[in-house]
Design a binder for this molecule. Structure first.
Ligand code: AFP
Length: 364
């Protein structure tokens, strides 16, 4: 079923590079290495139980947890290794960091060091893997600080603490009914579908745009008692539907695999919230800034959507640590802006206000 009129990812990247006559091709080569890692992970995911890589990672039969304190799946560990093996040798990277590694990964001494930093979540949504629900890999490419490039020294945490606005590229691979790659190199967002016969990503979704308005939202409602007032207000208004202040009905979705939610929103609009809440005061949010919020944020903004902490644009946040967590709201622009507005209007969003209290389905 080869459709010869479609560009391959390689062709797409080469055509993009022609716009920059000085470009060396290193950047494209890095993106292709990353996508090769994604193809390998797609294959491991597709084999499921047959591949022997399901279940928890159990080095000493006691299981293992990552730096976040989360149980690691075998596929989390395997995917992390695949990312490292496919990218560390090439001479394009100065270092990398991942959800699964406490500290930055150094490029081994036998390989040259390059100009870029790679940050990734090798298998987002992996607690869904055993129930055969879509998972994905998320990545972000940053330029290494000039001091790192000039000296070739080992990378340290501080080298990665760059705001999302400085990302050179961001993307994710979604391992669903089809494997898709969504990529931005800072000029819109393009979607590629893996042709399983050719082993090539083919351009199937050029110039994706997120509709500015939506009637669909995604939030883990089991956390409702921990939400801050502006989030409660927003959700209550959505739930009130046609007869409430929004004057229209809303649909709700929750996959618990952020990469899959991001994809749904890219395809048909919507808003995703994993906001800061009061559940655990030591954690200002559930999701991670550098390898979840920032790459998905860049993709959303490049597709005409918006990404925010609820209080400020995600792309402007200056990270303070490698595994920093943050409240995340993204999707259809007008909806995200509304949520930001509610955060700026605390007086109207107080808990217990009659308008919202009377309509809340989630009130304790
Ligand atoms: P896992 O990778 O541990 O499954 O976490 C997935 C995730 O980071 C993100 O993809 C989901 O949106 C979110 O966590 C789901 O969190 P809840 O389990 O609290 O709903």
């Amino acid at each position: 079923m080869l459709q010869t009129n479609r560009s391959t990812l390689t062709q797409f990247l080469i055509e993009e590079r022609r716009r920059f006559p000085g470009a060396t091709g290193d950047f494209n080569a890095l993106i292709l290495d990353v996508t090769l890692a994604c193809k390998a992970i797609a294959s491991a995911v597709a084999y499921g139980e047959l591949g022997g890589a399901m279940g928890n990672h159990a080095p000493d039969a006691g299981g293992s947890v990552n730096v976040q304190g989360e149980t690691q799946k075998k596929l989390d560990v395997l995917s992390n290794e695949v990312f490292i093996q496919r990218t560390e040798w090439s001479g394009h990277l100065a270092g990398m960091a991942s959800e699964e590694m406490d500290l930055p990964h150094q490029i081994p001494a036998q390989y040259p060091r390059g100009h870029y930093l790679l940050v990734f979540d090798p298998l987002d949504g992996s607690s869904n893997i055993d129930v055969n629900v879509s998972v994905g890999s998320i990545f972000s490419v940053l330029r290494a600080p000039q001091a790192v490039i000039d000296s070739g020294r080992d990378v340290v945490e501080a080298d990665f603490l760059q705001p999302g606005a400085t990302q050179m590229a961001a993307g994710y691979a979604l391992y669903g009914p089809t494997t898709m790659l969504i990529l931005t190199v800072g000029r819109g967002v393009n979607g590629f579908t893996l042709d399983p016969n050719l082993g090539e990503f083919m351009l199937t979704h050029p110039d994706i745009k997120v509709p500015p308005d939506t009637q669909e939202f995604a939030i883990n409602a089991s956390n409702s008692r921990f939400w801050e007032a502006p989030v409660k207000r927003y959700v209550d208004e959505c739930l009130a539907g046609k007869t409430g202040p929004r004057g229209k009905d809303f649909n709700m979705r929750w996959i618990a695999s952020m990469v899959a939610e991001a994809h749904r929103i890219l395809m048909r609009g919507g808003v995703f919230l994993y906001p800061r809440d009061t559940k655990d005061p030591s954690k200002p949010g559930r999701l991670r800034l550098l390898y979840e919020a920032n790459p998905v944020g860049m993709i959303m903004e490049q597709a005409g959507g918006r990404a925010s902490t609820g209080r400020e644009p995600m792309m402007g946040v200056l990270p303070t640590s490698l595994h920093q967590r943050i409240g995340l709201v993204f999707g259809s622009k007008n909806e995200v802006e509304r949520i930001e507005r509610y955060h700026r209007e605390p007086a109207q969003a107080k808990e217990g206000e009659p308008l919202f209290a009377s309509r809340s389905l989630f009130r304790d």
